[in-house]
Design a protein around this ligand. Structure first.
Ligand code: HEC
Ligand code: HEC
Length: 295
């Protein structure tokens, strides 16, 4: 019906509503106030059956009439005030949609104050509030736990541990907020083509040595590391939070610290993506998550 002109149906519905209302008024009035006694007499004497059973022509009690009459008056007033006659929106301009919007506004106004308070609060203040931290924990399990694990300790050698002191993209509240709000896309290129199997093996060994604190100048992988890796991971392997290049000189690994895992990383590269939540969460929710993670 959506492709028919709306006014066509609206007009018909209005006509049918008004005609049936008038018809009802006419019916009720003719029953209660028949046209003159003369007409009745004209129809001849009242028929009688079985000696004493008479048809009778008394109208129903008058209070019925008043009841029906007030119902009709109510209908007319109702149809004038509220939508009901075709597309006429009624004198009060009431609609389910605007009703919903109103109650949504009420709801927003009620929570706006506490949301604003959260956004303005200092991080330690939020962290000391156990109720708010429970809310943050719930937000985390609803939005983040699928990837980062229920306890936020990461999983599957794909999703980083968020409860340690090691931050790939920086651990300051501002950097964490940036990560949550806008997401992060890491870009670690594949090296198999430029290094070959031997080169990969040498650099992997060098990375292993870096993390053990045993990297020496003369290490066979040092030259390649110096030419291919320093730009992002730094000369001493401490990484660069602006690029999301992780610290290779510690014992924390995202994709695994075994020679096999490092070789896999070097052969194929890694492109971890943290989705952006700026559209899905509001400022107060993001602030709570930052406070939760920066503890
Ligand atoms: C363009 C910048 C860039 C260059 C050049 C680069 N990396 Fe990376 N590397 C990254 C980024 C970004 C990540 C994080 C990838 C992710 O999170 O998905 C990474 C991740 C790694 C990891 C995984 C660390 C972990 O915790 O699992 C290793 C190992 C690594 N790089 C070694 C190297 C080596 C060795 C070289 C030189 C051959 C190199 N990278 C060159 C940017 C770079
Ligand atoms: C679809 C999976 C996924 C979801 C959901 C997800 N993340 Fe992530 N997150 C990742 C991946 C993958 C990375 C690592 C990106 C990289 O390799 O650099 C990451 C990285 C991060 C980092 C950076 C860690 C560091 O060491 O710098 C933070 C902080 C973070 N996520 C917080 C969150 C929060 C808070 C939520 C929930 C609102 C969330 N994530 C939801 C996949 C996810």
């Amino acid at each position: 019906m959506a492709d028919l002109p709306n006014t066509f149906w609206s007009g018909w519905i209005a006509v049918i509503t008004i005609v049936s209302l008038l018809g009802l008024v006419w019916l009720v009035f003719t029953i209660y106030f028949p046209r003159g006694k003369a007409d009745q007499e004209h129809q001849g004497p009242e028929p009688t059956w079985d000696d004493n059973l008479r048809e009778g022509s008394n109208a129903p009690p008058l209070w019925w009439f008043w009841m029906i009459f007030s119902a009709m008056v109510f209908s007319v007033i109702y149809l004038m005030l509220f939508p009901g006659v075709g597309a006429f929106s009624g004198a009060l301009n009431w609609s389910q949609g605007s009703r919903l919007a109103e109650s949504f506004d009420d709801f927003r106004a009620e929570y706006q104050a506490s949301r604003a308070a959260i956004v303005d609060a200092g991080l330690t203040e939020l962290q000391d509030d156990t109720v708010l931290m429970e809310t943050a924990e719930k937000l985390f399990s609803r939005n983040c736990a699928a990837c980062h694990g229920v306890d936020g300790r990461g999983q599957a050698s794909l999703f980083p541990n968020l409860m340690d002191i090691d931050w790939q993209w920086g651990g300051s509240p501002d950097q964490i907020e940036q990560t949550i709000r806008h997401g992060r896309s890491a870009m670690m290129p594949p090296w198999q083509a430029s290094l070959g199997d031997d080169g990969v093996a040498q650099v992997a060994a060098y990375v292993k040595a870096l993390s053990a604190g045993e990297a020496a100048e003369g290490h066979p992988g040092a030259t390649q590391y110096g030419s291919f890796c320093v730009a992002c991971h730094g000369p001493d392997g401490t990484g660069n939070p602006i690029l999301g290049a992780p610290n290779l000189s510690d014992s924390t690994w995202l994709y695994g610290g075994s020679i096999e895992a490092i070789t896999e990383t070097l052969n194929n590269g890694r492109q971890g993506v943290m989705p952006a939540f700026g559209e899905r969460l509001d400022d107060a929710q993001i602030k709570l998550l930052v406070a939760y993670l920066a503890r």
